[in-house]
Ligand binder design. Structure first.
Ligand code: AVI
Length: 334
């Protein structure tokens, strides 16, 4: 097992003992400091979107998923509800379920319910707390479900616990988190997932569809300002963890649709020329200067299928809703 893959010693239900040496998670505080200092030295300045998800950011994200304007969670859940029997038929029974990112437990629960017999569930996530919460909730929903959480960076995981090695596997990557990766990173992720899950495995991936900017922009800039708070929490997190002195009222949230790249882009915009200190260093922001914080790529069904094929997967089937908001792809590894 590679350093960075560490199993959480949490036994839930009939959990199978999980292997793994004790190693440090790859994303410790040092990682945040390094990412911010590197991102602020570049032009345009940037902060990687994975740092949104501290405890406050994760709560704000949960709130985003309940917003009227943010359709992806509702659309994906509805797709799972409507097509669960067909998905279960296509996937077949008896597979170990491997989830990339601990995701929304509700979606996972729907999938587990539809599949019926799931010998073990392996959620992979770097955030130990959310893994634990999701695992506890799911064990309450599915009596006797063996849950073997893996604290790891799911983009780099190289090995699965022993329980997964004796059976066929089904991967699950929901919420269009794949859209937060560049095309090159997404292809590398899918290729790594193919190696990890192995021959004969299936993979269910939720992917946000391309659509008019008039629907996308409100989804990333809601009227209640929850997405703005989620974005600005990055600066608050720098203040909390990296001895920063950002004045949050002097930055604004912005979300644009980049049609050429087919993605939503989020920024924090400096409302004045100002100087900010982080870890004892001074950074000067010009009025109107933008800090890039997230890309969220959108795919047509054929675009995503081409990406999956280029990563070694066979595209079996794609389900979309009548409003063409979201897609669920079933991939297979021959
Ligand atoms: C987690 N991820 C798929 C979300 C998205 O839609 O890109 C994160 C998010 N950013 C703003 N709103 C939600």
């Amino acid at each position: 097992m590679m350093v960075g893959d560490i199993s959480l010693h949490l036994t839930i239900g009939a959990a199978v003992p999980s292997p793994g040496p004790s190693a440090k998670p790859e994303r410790a505080d040092g990682d945040f400091a390094e990412a911010v200092l590197t991102g602020f030295a570049r032009r345009p300045r940037s902060i990687p979107c994975r740092f949104f998800y501290d405890a406050i950011g994760s709560e704000l994200f949960e709130e985003i998923t309940r917003l009227e304007e943010y359709y992806p969670t509702r659309a994906e859940t509805a797709l799972l509800e409507v097509h669960r029997a067909e998905i279960a038929r296509e996937v077949g029974g008896g597979r170990v379920l491997v989830e990339f990112g601990s995701g929304s437990s509700r979606k996972t629960s729907l999938l587990i319910g539809a599949l019926g017999q799931v010998p073990a569930y392996i959620p992979i996530d770097i955030a130990a707390e959310s893994l634990k919460e999701a695992a506890e909730w799911l064990s309450g929903q599915h009596d006797g479900l063996a849950i073997v959480p893996l604290i790891a960076d799911f983009t780099k995981t190289r090995t699965l616990p022993a329980v997964a090695q004796r059976r066929q596997r089904l991967g699950f990557f929901s919420g269009s988190t794949i859209g937060n990766l560049t095309h090159v990173e997404a292809q590398a992720f899918l290729a790594n997932a193919a190696r990890l899950l192995g021959k004969g495995s299936a993979f269910l991936v939720g992917v946000d569809l391309k659509k008019p900017a008039s629907i996308l922009i409100p989804a990333y800039n809601d009227t209640r300002g929850v997405t703005a708070a989620f974005n600005l929490n990055l600066l608050a997190r720098i203040n909390r963890e990296l001895d920063g002195d950002f004045d949050l009222s002097r930055f604004a949230h912005d979300a644009i649709y980049n049609a050429m790249q087919g993605r939503m882009e989020m920024y924090l915009v400096s409302l004045a020329r100002q100087s900010v200190r982080v870890l004892g260093r001074e950074f000067v922001f010009a009025e109107g200067e933008r800090i890039h914080t997230e890309n969220s790529h959108k795919y047509t069904v054929p675009e995503f299928q081409a990406l999956a094929r280029a990563s070694g997967w066979h595209a079996v089937k794609a389900w979309t809703d009548p409003d063409r908001l979201f897609s669920l792809h079933l991939l297979q590894l021959d």
